[in-house]
Design a protein around this ligand. Structure first.
Ligand code: AMP
Ligand code: MG
Length: 418
């Protein structure tokens, strides 16, 4: 047998059930192969969705002074039963000029500094005012003062390296002086689809052909994840095409993502093409459904995922595997967002060797409703889904009402369950 054929035969054997890599091992292998891409400073307006490359320490107390939480009157709490004379008005952004003495108060606005001598602010709704004299009509026992430094102290570490920067983190960065934000460099994805049957959306679809939906889907998943991506086009099912594409794009791309051509068909040239291009294949064949032929490799300066061509495989594997990998390259431990729900009907399957995923709709009250789903080509089913039900390997039956795990795909969120 020729060298290439022998390799192919061995691969086919590896595709036997026993050689499928369990999901946990797949993740360990993939995550274990990362190397950080470095960091850069960006303006705060561009920092949303990025990962912090260093700890952030506050250069200020928050609040920076005793601050009124209400519009009202600042006075001494011992004086609430007596008429109070207004000695000045303090607006937000101004500093009080007078100290509050016995029987005195200052008219004060929300966000303004509380004058010394005062230990409470009575909200304006709880007072009556005539001729510069204020009477308190109702008490609620609250001081309505946010104390200096009660949220954050100067020198406190307010955000940790590796944090995902969401709008709330942006607010903290802004408030604590971080107008230039140190963030991890993002991997650039290169997305290529393989298959002689593919026509781009908008092109003529000849006999035996289908439209390329994986290209646009993967580009959309990259956008949703906040990662830059370049679409590298359709690769024909011929030897030499994959290495040629890699060659033409290398230097620009950190993570190549191929769809299709990774199985054992006569025209599946992706694995051999990647090896020819110098990739070491670390995963080929995973105990996950959809996604059995999953392929992952690495060479000096880049990584590659080979995803099976069926659109649901692409959707699910990007969510479960590609995303955590890309975040790990940026120093963030991302895990798909997972919840528990109760199944609303019985589920059975014949072959429980692989961990499996099916689309579900989450309903109020924490129920997961199974959807009509015909298999990994049926991406349409996912347009009605908001969750991916995970069925562990070895489990072939789930009963109505049973607690199940559901992954909620979508934009990056904090990893839960930690
Ligand atoms: P493959 O993994 O190349 O054997 O492809 C598996 C199935 O996915 C086949 O039915 C292909 O026609 C289909 N497929 C492959 N690539 C795409 C694509 N880019 N968009 C939509 N379907 C695809
Ligand atoms: Mg193909």
């Amino acid at each position: 047998m020729q060298g290439m054929d022998l390799k192919m035969e061995n691969r086919k054997k590896d595709f036997g059930r026993s050689k499928l890599m369990p999901f946990g091992e797949v993740m360990d292998t993939i995550l274990g192969s990362v190397r950080m891409l470095g960091s850069e400073d960006v303006d705060i307006v561009d920092a949303a969705g990025r990962v912090l490359a260093s700890d952030i320490v506050s250069d200020i107390d928050m609040p920076p002074f005793d601050k009124s939480a209400m519009d009202g009157f600042a006075c001494r709490s011992a004086d609430l039963d007596r008429p109070l004379r207004i000695v000045e008005t303090v607006a937000a952004g101004a500093m009080p000029e007078k100290e509050i003495g016995e029987g005195e108060c200052a008219r004060i606005m929300t966000g303004a500094a509380v004058p010394s001598g005062a230990d409470t602010v009575v909200m304006v709704e709880d007072t009556e005012e005539t001729d510069g004299i204020v009477r308190v009509t109702r008490r609620n026992g609250r001081s309505n003062i946010c104390l200096l430094g009660e949220d954050v102290r100067t020198g406190d570490r307010v955000l940790e390296k590796g944090s995902l920067i969401r709008p709330s983190e942006i607010a903290v960065l802004a408030a604590t002086g971080g107008s230039n934000v140190p963030v991890a460099v993002r991997p650039v994805l290169g997305i290529a689809v393989t298959g002689d049957e593919l026509a781009e959306p908008g092109e003529h679809v000849g006999p035996g052909m289908i439209r390329n939906s994986n290209g646009p889907q993967l580009m959309a998943q990259a956008v949703e994840t906040g990662l830059p991506a370049e679409y590298l086009g359709i690769v024909r099912d011929e030897p030499g095409e994959v290495p040629a594409l890699i060659e033409s794009a290398s230097g620009r791309i950190d993570v190549f993502i191929f769809s299709g051509g990774v199985s054992m068909g006569d025209y599946d040239f992706v694995p051999s093409g990647l090896e020819e291009a110098g990739f070491e294949l670390l995963v080929h064949g995973a105990a996950i459904k959809p996604g059995r032929p999953l392929l992952f490799g690495r060479r000096r300066d880049s990584w590659v995922f080979g995803l099976p061509g069926n659109p649901v495989s692409v959707f699910v594997l990007f969510e479960m595997i590609v995303k955590p990998f890309c975040f790990k390259l940026m120093g963030h431990d991302y895990r798909p967002f997972e919840i528990t729900a109760r199944l609303d009907m019985d589920f059975t399957r014949k072959d429980a060797v692989r961990m499996a995923h099916v689309p579900v709709r989450l309903t109020l009250g924490g129920r997961a409703r199974l959807l009509d789903y015909h298999g990994s080509a049926h991406i349409h089913a996912y347009t009605r889904a908001d969750g991916i039900l995970r069925i562990p390997s070895g489990v072939d039956t789930l009963k109505t009402g049973e607690e199940v795990r559901v992954i909620v795909p979508g934009p990056p969120r904090l990893a839960n369950g930690k």
